[in-house]
Design a protein around this ligand. Structure first.
Ligand code: KIV
Length: 258
């Protein structure tokens, strides 16, 4: 079992598709670890795990707690820490928080949202030995400022944001919620891997939020999600059966008793 490093991720460009999935705890991280290249401890945990309506209130302490749990479960995958809202507003704040991530967790790299305006912060982190992944297009941390989650189509801006981040030193970029042909153009224009979510197939890899992909989140299904399991109905059925067995006295049986 060879540990996946930043060099494997960079070398995947134009060679093989990168598989990325979120996880927030040791149990699921251990299950995903043999099959994915990157485990993202996304700030989406604020919605999926903590039940909030957006990602904005996730804190550094929460993200570090969950990353430590993922580190306990995953030994092979590249671990990516998602910088929460407000944790990278200036070069110094970003560096202090990034140093915390490296000192307190096993994260291999961190991810932050933003385009050209974040390039100086990216560059400062990279100069200080931090591996950074960019995230452009639909940026969930902008949901309140933009009044919702909007698919992005400003071609010139997205191409120049991607280039500015590459020049600043990111080793890969996530493009979220953009048309497939534009994602393809961004992917072709860069020499670093571009990982898509809701960005079509002509990118260097894909990322999904685990609870979408395994059908545990059922309030709605974004167009770009493919469900590989109907997790919520399987769990509901199992728990319904358990409750029935306890109430009827059929659980535990003699074999299940000491
Ligand atoms: O927080 C997250 O899960 C993410 C993905 C949507 C890319 O940033």
């Amino acid at each position: 079992m060879e540990k996946i490093t930043i060099n494997h991720i960079k070398a995947a460009k134009n060679r093989e598709k990168i598989v990325m999935l979120t996880a927030y705890d040791a149990l699921f991280a251990k299950l995903f670890d043999p099959y994915v290249d990157i485990i993202l401890v996304g700030d989406s945990l604020n919605m999926v795990f903590a039940g909030k309506s957006d990602t904005l209130s996730a804190t550094m302490d929460q993200m570090i707690y969950h990353t430590k749990a993922v580190c306990a479960g995953a030994k092979r995958s590249f671990i990516l820490f998602d910088m929460p809202y407000g944790s990278y507003t200036t070069e110094e704040i970003a560096l202090q928080n990034a140093i915390r991530v490296y000192k307190e967790t096993c994260a291999d790299a961190l991810k932050l949202e933003g385009g050209a305006e974040k390039a100086p912060i990216v560059s400062y982190l990279v100069q200080n030995g931090i591996a950074v992944m960019g995230h452009i297009g639909l940026m969930p941390q902008h949901v309140r400022a933009e009044g919702g989650y909007k698919v992005k189509s400003d071609k010139e801006k997205l191409l120049s944001d991607a280039k500015a981040l590459e020049d600043a030193g990111v080793f890969a970029i996530i493009v979220e919620g953009i048309k497939a042909d534009l994602a393809k153009e961004i992917t072709k224009s860069l020499s670093i891997p571009v990982i898509g979510i809701g960005a079509g197939k002509d990118v260097d890899g894909q990322v999904l939020v685990w609870s979408d992909m395994l059908g545990f989140f059922t309030d709605f299904k974004p167009k770009f999600v493919r469900r590989y399991l109907e997790g919520a109905s399987l769990v509901e059925e199992a728990v319904r059966q358990y409750a029935q067995d306890v109430r009827s006295g059929s659980f535990p049986s003699e074999e299940e008793s000491y």
